[in-house]
Design a protein around this ligand. Structure first.
Ligand code: AMP
Length: 674
């Protein structure tokens, strides 16, 4: 569950009234309710003991186990034993067919299993983990202590990249103060030694077509402007240094004529020409430059980084058969996006290159077996990647082309530590691509730390363009009327209609889907707490037309690319205007027309102004009630600002009692709730 979905679930939301709620939504303690979209573990302090269900098993099954063993777990190592989103404990349960109950209060883990051997093996695994995991100071059964010193423990707690044993000879003074300078010097030396052993890397595969090379600066500017107003710059380069950014292309052949088999694959897709991001990204990436693409899903960004990745992989100096592991790593925030990328990769067969999608919630054993079988491209969510790196299934030192897809989203979801951890293990001279819908400070810092003089390419969203092919209808109503409205809509759906209904909260989505089902309308529902297999089935069912109605939350629907959606219904209005644009872009795809219908309530007034701008820009009808809402909101803001300045004048400080800042035009941040 994402942070914001959780906020809404905690009742910090406008959408709290559920007039048609017929079910008890009391939360159970199952692992899905403690995990987010990507299986992120949620704090479970004060819950003891924790019972971790096995894969496919619901919670308590009343089963009695014949063998049992207890192991002591120091409280500060409980999290490490559980692993991200319960990944480690689940792995132990799956691998040894045991059940592990953790009692955080007494600091014990009880292992139950049907054979003595299984329990013993699980015991040894846990003991090994506690002894050897990061920060371990655990004393095992035989009295020997974990091999890491306190110095290393502290070092790792500070989030530095370090391997056990790296700092064995670092002196600590008697008061326990670490000599950071010596430590950093040593780490730098060791890193240099580590990378020096790797094979030489080739990154430049670009032969600029004379037609492209001969463009005048004025023609280049015009091309960029016509291509959805692309802007390019070296974001971190000092002024007055030549930027040296390759010219954009406008034909596939200008980039890929040297690779006729790849060109054939592109022709099979029947695309007319490179999308704006592709027209600029391909020359940059084929030249071996690092790139930041400020672009959303639907802009063709996947293909923009994928085709250069394939060429990069194929034409390294070391033959593919002699390489030690995958070359391309794509990190994506959600399982849906990771699967979507895999689908896109699999459309292009190039020299037998294989890709695998690795994500929390998928079949771990199957994913491991594919990875071990040899793949060139790994697409994964950060949590599962770390899990597999720790289990030594994936070795990222062979990665030479790295993509951080939807970086802003990954940071929003709290993946920054995992990303930074992985990045430190990838050779620093790699080629790095980052995509992001926005450019907040967190993303900027990440790019500054881990990219080499990157070129930033900003592209106006094609989704935004899509809003021009979509009829946008606004319906203002009370929350209590929404269900009757949606029922009326479903009743009147034509035989070729397909709709996605967006809800703000998972419980809303669950309630709506069950109530529509009870009324006899077939639908499927996807959100962060649904089993991965159910989510995939729901997407397959709406894609095939088996069902016509998909109820979804934003997070679960990210990356959805279903061509023939005719309607998008905003049952709950999204928390920000970007999400609105993104949702609307789920229809009107691939040259088709579409309709979006948004149910707006009084509580949505904070977004009315931005919504009006979008509607006006796309030449859509703006209801007078929406304009009134925007006016009322503005008056309220002015009044509060006035009160606040009076308050400041009086107290001589800038206290901001009560009112929490305005929504901010175009901001991605959380919408104010009143
Ligand atoms: P993405 O932004 O990567 O999610 O891509 C969205 C959709 O655009 C996918 O279905 C792609 O197959 C499609 N696409 C990619 N490149 C092009 C292109 N040059 N012209 C038309 N569609 C494209």
């Amino acid at each position: 569950m994402s942070d914001w979905e959780e906020d809404w679930d905690n009742g910090d939301s406008k959408a709290t009234s559920k007039p048609y709620n017929k079910r008890n939504n009391a939360k159970d303690n199952s692992i899905s309710n403690r995990s987010d979209e990507s299986g992120r573990h949620r704090s479970s302090e004060n819950r003891a003991p924790i019972r971790y269900p096995q894969a496919g098993e619901k919670r308590s099954n009343g089963q009695r186990h014949k063998h049992s063993e207890k192991i002591e777990v120091p409280s500060d190592l409980v999290g490490m034993l559980i692993g991200r989103g319960g990944a480690n404990i689940q792995r132990i349960q799956n691998d040894y067919n045991v059940r592990v109950d953790l009692d955080k209060e007494s600091g014990t883990a009880t292992i139950n299993g049907n054979t003595e051997q299984n329990v013993k093996d699980a015991y040894n695994d846990i003991e090994h983990h506690l002894n050897n995991g990061p920060g371990s100071r655990y004393n095992s059964k035989d009295g020997s202590s974990g091999h890491q010193s306190n110095a290393i423990y502290n070092f790792q707690l500070k989030g530095r990249n370090n391997k056990p044993g790296d700092t064995d000879d670092i002196e600590m003074d008697p008061s326990g103060v670490i000599d950071w300078e010596a430590l950093n010097k040593k780490a730098k030396k060791e890193r240099a030694a580590r990378w020096s052993k790797l094979p030489e890397l080739r990154k430049d595969f670009y032969n600029e077509d004379p037609e492209v090379a001969n463009l005048t600066p004025r023609e280049v500017a015009r091309l960029r402007e016509e291509n959805n107003n692309i802007t390019v710059s070296r974001v971190f380069q000092q002024e007055n240094v030549s930027e040296n950014i390759p010219n954009p292309v406008w034909k596939f052949e200008q980039c890929f004529s040297a690779y006729p088999d790849l060109l054939e694959e592109i022709y099979k897709q029947d695309f007319r020409k490179p999308s704006p991001i592709q027209s600029q990204a391909w020359p940059i990436l084929l030249k071996g430059e690092d790139m930041i693409g400020i672009a959303q899903t639907g802009t063709g960004k996947t293909l923009a980084f994928l085709l250069p990745a394939m060429i990069h992989t194929e034409y390294q100096l070391t033959p593919r058969s002699q390489r030690k592991g995958p070359n391309v790593l794509v990190l994506a925030p959600t399982r849906e996006l990771a699967l979507q990328i895999e689908k896109e990769v699999n459309k292009y067969s190039f020299r037998g290159m294989k890709a695998v999608c690795v994500y929390g919630g998928g079949n771990r054993r199957e994913q491991i077996s594919v990875v071990k079988g040899g793949v060139e491209i790994i697409i994964c969510t950060p949590g599962r990647l770390n899990d597999l790196i720790e289990a030594e299934v994936i070795d990222v030192t062979s990665i030479t082309y790295l993509i951080l897809d939807e970086a802003d989203r990954m940071l929003d979801m709290g993946f920054e530590p995992q990303i930074r951890k992985v990045l430190l293990d990838i050779r620093p001279d790699r080629q790095t691509v980052m995509t992001s819908a926005t450019w907040p400070p967190g993303v900027r810092r990440l790019a500054q730390s881990y990219m080499s003089n990157p070129i930033q390419v900003c592209v106006g969203s094609l989704d935004l363009a899509a809003t021009h092919t979509v009829k946008q209808v606004i319906e203002i109503m009370d929350d209590g009327d929404k269900f009757y409205k949606i029922r009326e809509f479903v009743r009147n759906m034509g035989k070729d209609d397909k709709a996605i209904v967006f809800c703000g909260k998972k419980t809303r989505a669950d309630d709506l889907s069950s109530d529509l089902t009870l009324e006899g309308y077939m639908c499927a529902c996807i959100h962060g707490s649904r089993e991965q297999s159910d989510r995939e089935q729901a997407i397959a069912d709406i894609t095939s037309g088996h069902i016509k109605l998909l109820i979804a939350t934003d997070v679960a629907s990210r990356g959805l690319d279903i061509e023939d959606i005719t309607h998008v219904i905003n049952f709950d209005f999204p928390r920000n205007i970007e999400e609105y644009v993104h949702r609307v872009g789920r229809t009107g795809r691939a040259g088709r027309s579409g309709t979006s219908i948004s149910f707006i309530t009084r509580e949505d007034w904070g977004v009315a102004k931005e919504l009006i701008s979008i509607l006006e820009e796309a030449d859509q009808e703006v209801p007078i009630d929406l304009r009134n809402m925007a006016e009322r909101f503005k008056s309220m803001k002015d009044r509060r600002a006035n009160e606040s300045s009076k308050f400041n004048d009086r107290d001589g400080n800038s206290g901001s009692r009560g009112y929490r800042g305005g929504g901010g035009a175009g901001g991605r941040g959380r919408r104010d709730r009143y």
